[in-house]
Design a protein around this ligand. Structure first.
Ligand code: ATP
Ligand code: MG
Length: 356
């Protein structure tokens, strides 16, 4: 039996509500399968913690997370704590310190999930976004000159290293190779005349190592349009930090909404723990009501099983979500139902019993 130690950061708002269901499903699947035992350790970090202690996590927080096999995170963010503090002091810090340079976001329209496109579920939407997660537009480099003066200038610098660009593109090709899929690169070389020209060059170079893989390259504006008009042309998609952030929200809207959007922050070398989290934030407008959709978190749990080499279990979790969506009986409000967060978690666990 493999023992896996998971650090749990429920966070703020609906974070703790959805993470409870995520843990419920992880435990149920592990119990039914019999090969894994999870050991969860909770960390009370986030914006509540910030308001009390002046920081988002303990000073030695990163060191305390280091020896875990993975991190399972709900959401951070709170009215009254500026977003850039909650983001930089916890989320981005963990992503950077643990070199989680791959952000995997599946944009897959499951049967039964709502889709705003004409033709709805008949469209084939099955993309895997591989977003650069460590540098690029979110490098944090910049300057604020002559603050408040008429000559005020603000610089926000994109940083694209050869190492950083090459490794994310290579990761996308390796993923596509395993799955027998095409790779699409999304950039903007016509306007970003240094960073994206470089990105395109590296993409071109790396693609030569994979002559058997069909590639496409789009400008980000065109890609945004094609995702709506012609989503089936995208399979594995590799793009920069900012573009990936924006386009995966478009993708989330296509594939059932924020309540179904999952993400994994991966350190492929496994030198440090990887982190699994729903894409959505703390959603203060619905927090505390027990109506948040936990399926994005359950999907992230499925990604966790994939990561640990149990993709057969990950697949069963996805199947359970799909069965639940098709039944249309136990759904939260965002999907047109009246069920509570925990009722959805319970139903997923129940469906799982029939799949092992
Ligand atoms: P944060 O500041 O932490 O990013 P946010 O208010 O931006 O929080 P998001 O998570 O980005 O919240 O989501 C935007 C809106 O989508 C929420 O306000 C909420 O109404 C809805 N939403 C997000 N996640 C869920 C969910 N899991 N279930 C139901 N509705 C959700
Ligand atoms: Mg938000």
């Amino acid at each position: 039996m493999e023992n896996l130690k998971i650090a749990v950061i429920p966070g703020d708002g609906i974070g703790p509500e959805v993470i409870t269901e995520g843990i419920k499903v992880l435990e149920k699947a592990a119990e039914l399968d019999g090969r894994i035992q999870f050991e969860f350790t909770q960390f009370p970090w986030g914006c509540e913690y910030y308001l009390e202690h002046g920081r988002m996590m303990d000073e030695d927080g990163i060191d305390r997370l280091r020896d875990f096999d993975a991190i399972f995170l709900g959401a951070v963010g709170y009215p009254g704590v500026p977003d850039h503090i909650s983001l930089w002091d916890l989320l981005l810090r963990i992503r950077k310190e643990f070199d989680q340079y791959v952000n995997i976001r599946p944009i897959q329209l499951l049967n039964g999930a709502p889709c705003p496109l004409k033709g709805g579920n008949k469209e084939k939407i099955d993309m895997l976004f591989i977003r650069e997660n460590s540098e690029g537009e979110y490098s944090g480099a910049g300057d604020w000159l002559f603050k408040g003066k008429p000559e005020e200038v603000v610089l926000q610098t994109g940083v694209f290293s050869r190492k950083g660009t090459e490794r994310i593109i290579r990761y996308a090709f390796e993923t596509a190779k395993e799955a027998g899929k095409t790779v699409t690169s999304i950039s903007k070389a016509n306007a970003l005349n240094y960073s994206m020209v470089f990105w395109d060059e590296v993409f071109e170079e790396v693609s030569k190592d994979y002559p058997e893989i069909q590639t496409y390259s789009y400008l980000v504006d065109a890609a945004a349009m094609h995702m709506i008009t012609d989503p089936e042309r995208f399979e594995v998609v590799v793009t920069s930090n900012l573009f990936g952030d924006i386009l995966t929200d478009v993708g989330a809207a296509l594939a059932g909404g924020m309540g179904l959007a999952a993400g994994a922050n991966i350190n492929p070398e496994r030198k440090y723990p990887s982190m699994f989290e729903p894409v959505h934030g703390s959603a203060p407008d619905i927090a505390g009501k027990g109506i948040a959709n936990p399926l994005a978190t359950v999907w992230s749990a499925s990604q966790m099983f994939d990561f640990f080499g149990y993709s057969d279990i990950g697949e069963k979790l996805l199947q359970a979500i799909e069965i639940l969506l098709e039944e249309k009986e136990v759904l939260t409000q965002d999907l047109g139902g009246i069920a509570t967060t925990s009722e959805v978690g319970d139903r997923v666990a129940q469906i799982l019993k029939g799949l092992f």
